[in-house]
Design a protein around this ligand. Structure first.
Ligand SMILES: [Zn+2]
Length: 470
């Protein structure tokens, strides 16, 4: 590692590290900027608001760090090959490709661009680089070769390459799932891998077998990479061998992050990731969001209801990243009206005045965010400041504008000239529901009613959107 002689740069940020189970101070080991890796989307469908919660985590971290003068470099992968579904053991992209009779890479690019569009609507700054798995095959193959050379991986009789789990002693530190507790047959990893030496070994490279699409040549024959190896290869490559902060949803703790840690550490010979930080689950109306439960909510659904997508951002900020949220349409509507009220008030308050008193209050609020991302506590304070009529308008304007550099609620946005009436909003929501229920006669009727009221509705695969035409 080139950083051995470099003095780390201590930041003021602290976060809960899943591996050590402690709130830890975060530092940039290269002395200049924080190196962050965040597990990105598998682009075979739209990211729902639960996935987006994790993707917003890196944005809040980077913005609060930047506010304190610390730069960050963010790498986020785009998984477009190798992510198998748990039930059918099929590549998620190829399954979607045969269902839609479309080229798998065409599907991947479509959802990749929608992912970037969603992030933009949520005020998220782009990562420094979004490497695609399908374009990182050589990088993964070279890491796999290294692991074989070092005795941490082997070629099975089926020509797939497996990681030898027992060769990595501290397996299980992140999730607590130690090897001796993992039972054979437990569905934690590809269960049809018959050529493994040990039940907890996992595939780094899978032999093509019957598969003819999305396969590449390799020293071990034609095949495709396993899902876990891409994050090791990309983080080691693009972050120069050390990750200060590794982010992802809590469901990735095991096996994905456990396997990634084993691969990266085995290849590098040291602890590659300093802090593993996980975002908690999101429930919607009391239930886990899933396609089968029919309660998957997308950013486009929020827009279709006439709500500002940043309302989603505010509801996330009002909860700590590591506590579960039960999101509801009512909560989103309330957040939407809060944002609109704040925009109006900020306009009324006028110019900011950075008095010494205001600076002190501001730094206390920033401290709350730096303390394990206590944005929720900072927002409670913001609401108190909003209501306190004893405070000068310019004082309140200063606090709100400064914190908005971290929260990105676009509070200085000019008032929208045209707003939907409650009747229009109601019709839009009813139409979204009719469409979801595939009641097209009803949805066409509602479209005509909306047009008569000056709202033109457009449909796309991601849902309905609208434009005010009168
Ligand atoms: Zn990952």
């Amino acid at each position: 590692m080139t950083d051995a002689m470099t003095r780390a740069l201590e930041t003021k940020l602290s976060l809960f590290d899943t591996r050590t189970r402690k709130v830890a101070s975060i530092s940039a080991s290269n002395g200049s900027h924080l190196r962050i890796y965040s597990c990105g989307p598998t682009v075979y469908r739209d990211a729902h608001v639960g996935n987006l919660r994790t993707f917003l985590l890196s944005d809040l971290i980077i913005k609060v760090l930047k506010y304190t003068g610390v730069d960050a470099r963010l790498v986020q992968n785009i998984t477009d090959v190798g992510h198998m579904s748990e039930d059918l053991h099929e590549d998620k992209l190829l399954a979607e490709s045969s269902a839609r009779k479309m080229d798998p890479f065409e599907i991947a690019r479509e959802f990749e661009s929608r992912f970037h569009h969603d992030l933009q609507l949520l005020g998220v700054n782009p990562a420094n680089i979004y490497p695609r798995a399908s374009e990182s095959i050589e990088m993964m193959q070279s890491l796999i070769s290294q692991l074989i050379e070092k005795g941490h991986a082997y070629v099975g009789t089926d020509s797939s390459v497996y990681f030898d789990a027992r060769s990595f002693e501290s397996y299980g530190e992140i999730s607590g799932n130690r090897l001796d507790a993992l039972k054979p047959g437990h569905r934690y990893e590809y269960t049809d891998d018959g050529a493994k030496r040990f039940h907890a070994d996992w595939a780094l490279w899978k032999a093509a077998g019957e598969r003819t699409e999305m396969i590449w040549d390799s020293p071990w024959g034609a095949g495709f990479p396993g899902w876990h190896i891409e994050c090791s290869a990309m983080s080691l490559h693009y972050l120069d061998g050390a990750v200060d902060l590794h982010l992802g949803g809590i469901d990735l703790r095991f096996p994905h992050h456990e396997n990634e840690r084993a691969q990266s550490n085995a290849a590098a010979g040291y602890e590659v990731v300093s802090n593993w930080v996980h975002g908690e689950h999101l429930l919607f109306e009391g239930r886990k969001m899933s396609k089968s439960a029919g309660n998957v909510v997308l950013v486009s659904d929020i827009v279709a209801r006439g709500l500002d997508p940043l309302a989603l951002r505010l509801t996330f900020l009002e909860n700590r990243y590591r506590s579960q949220i039960d999101l509801t349409w009512d909560a989103l509507a309330a957040a939407d009206s809060t944002i609109k009220r704040w925009r109006k008030k900020l306009k009324d308050w006028g110019a900011s005045d950075a008095t010494p008193e205001a600076q002190i209050v501001l730094s206390q609020l920033v401290e709350l965010v730096l303390d394990d991302l206590g944005s929720a506590d900072a927002i409670v304070e913001l609401r108190r400041i909003e209501r306190d009529e004893h405070l000068a308008p310019s004082f309140r304007a200063f606090i709100f504008r400064e914190l908005d550099q971290i929260f990105s609620l676009d509070l200085d946005r000019a008032e929208e000239s045209a707003r939907l009436t409650s009747e229009q909003e109601g019709l839009l929501a009813a139409r979204a529901e009719a469409r979801a229920a595939k009641d097209f006669a009803q949805s066409d009727l509602l479209r005509d009613q909306l047009r008569a009221l000056g709202v033109e509705v457009k449909d796309s695969a991601s849902g309905q959107s609208y434009e005010i035409i009168l």
